[in-house]
Design a protein around this ligand. Structure first.
Ligand SMILES: C[S@@+](CC[C@H](N)C(=O)[O-])C[C@H]1O[C@@H](n2cnc3c(N)ncnc32)[C@H](O)[C@@H]1O
Length: 404
């Protein structure tokens, strides 16, 4: 079943969290000269036109990149991400939004390799076209990679990941971002990562996931914590309290296995700002937790991560106030919202990295052609409706929230 189209959701709050973190992971990988392989198991179309039929249908970008577009004093770690989005919109009008392959293309170096998987026949075609244009544009500028820098495969990313590991240079950044249309996706992510870690334990693996009421979603981070990676980091962004109907995506997370040691500080500097700008009500908040392989969450304390943060709500406190935190029940180590008064324009923890180098001339997702919305009963439990239509899917008995 392939009803999901990311074009309906491009640029929403979940994309902002995912792509901001992705940019940070590339920046970290770029610090070493040795090239790396970027593997995108679920690539989507690569570039999205925010004025397309799909994107404007529910205008989800209004929950994400929209409010950030005119922000001026942003935390330093957010800047490379925003610069990247702006660089593809040179007119200053917010028209295009990058998908993860575009982010990777811009952030990775000429010697790095991109391996992109996409199952949807229409999206893989658009992805091919976007990459072709990008390469033509780079060639015009005299930039040529040795060998094939970007390879796109019309195939199953869960299945394919293992065949690329370990990568030739023994360095890899892997993004796993399925639609979670079906609850099987949670298990497939976990299983694929377990196998990947078995083949290549030192890879950096980033997983996006929806934070929903359904059991698979609630248990998901704990399952990832038990994977045999040396370390993990889990960050979530919630923009509002779910309504009683449980419809809509209010919260999502990025779970990183073998994260950069610098990432937590970047997140602590940036997440309060995202909560402040994207938050819609008092339910808006972020969480950051990290731990080691030993015992999942509990290991964080064993590893001497320090005391727990006070319980509270990051939304209520401005990033400038230095207050705000949250501890979720059952999480032994959660140091969320402990900002030390850092806010917009505050001094970065480390120097900001240069903005992306190249620019695609993107087609957007639709190439001007509205596509008939798909619909699927499974969407009722999905984090991301394939049709982008009104969020009217009825709740399943026993699971009344998080549906869209
Ligand atoms: C959330 S979107 C990806 C968005 C993209 N990572 C980004 O950030 O721009 C998920 C994509 O996975 C595709 N997909 C679904 N199942 C897949 C599978 N088993 N293997 C590869 N792609 C799949 C869908 O067609 C969809 O385009």
């Amino acid at each position: 079943m392939l009803s999901y189209r990311h074009a309906f959701h491009a640029g929403n709050h979940a994309d902002v969290l995912k792509h901001f973190v992705q940019v940070q992971l590339h920046l970290y990988m770029n610090q070493k000269d040795v090239p790396y392989t970027y593997i995108d198991t679920h690539s989507g179309a690569g570039v999205y036109a925010l004025d397309s039929f799909q994107a404007t249908k529910t205008a989800e970008f209004d929950t994400g990149i929209g409010p950030l577009w005119n922000a001026t004093e942003v935390p330093a770690p957010l800047k490379p991400y925003l610069d990247l989005v702006k660089s593809m919109n040179p007119s200053g009008k917010m028209r295009y939004y990058p998908g993860s392959p575009y982010v990777a293309d811009q952030m990775a170096r000429l010697d790095d390799r991109l391996r992109l998987f996409e199952l949807h026949p229409a999206d893989v075609k658009i992805l091919h076209e976007n990459v072709r244009k990008a390469e033509a544009h780079k060639a015009e500028q005299g930039e040529r990679a040795r060998g094939k820098r970007v390879i796109i495969e019309h195939g199953d990313g869960f299945q394919s990941l293992k065949k690329l590991l370990p990568p030739p240079s023994r360095r890899a950044l892997v993004l796993v971002d399925p639609p979670y249309e079906v609850k099987d996706d949670y298990k497939k992510v976990r299983d694929a990562l377990e196998e990947a870690l078995g083949r290549f334990p030192s890879g950096m693996y980033a997983v996006w996931y929806p934070v929903l009421q359904r059991m698979e979603s609630r248990q998901f981070p704990d399952k990832l914590k038990r994977l045999p990676a040396k370390e993990w980091l889990n960050v979530t962004l919630t923009i509002s309290t779910p309504g009683p109907d449980g419809i809509g995506l209010h919260s999502s997370g990025m779970f990183i296995l073998n994260p950069p040691y610098t990432l937590e500080a970047m997140l602590r500097e940036t997440m309060p700002y995202l909560v402040q700008v994207l938050g819609k009500d008092s339910g808006a908040r972020f969480t950051i937790e990290r731990g080691t392989q030993l015992t999942g969450a509990a290991s964080a304390r064993l590893a001497g991560e320090g005391p727990r943060a006070p319980v509270g709500n990051a939304r209520r406190a401005s990033p400038l106030s230095g207050k705000g935190s949250l501890r979720l029940p059952g999480q032994s180590m959660l140091r969320e919202g402990e900002e030390e008064g850092r806010g917009p324009g505050a001094k970065p923890a480390k120097p900001a990295t240069p903005a992306p180098r190249r620019a695609w001339r993107p087609d957007g997702n639709t190439q001007g052609k509205p596509q008939a919305p798909a619909s699927s009963p499974a969407r009722a439990e999905s984090k991301r409706p394939s049709d982008g239509g009104p969020r009217t899917a009825g709740p399943r008995p026993g699971n009344r929230s998080g549906k869209r």
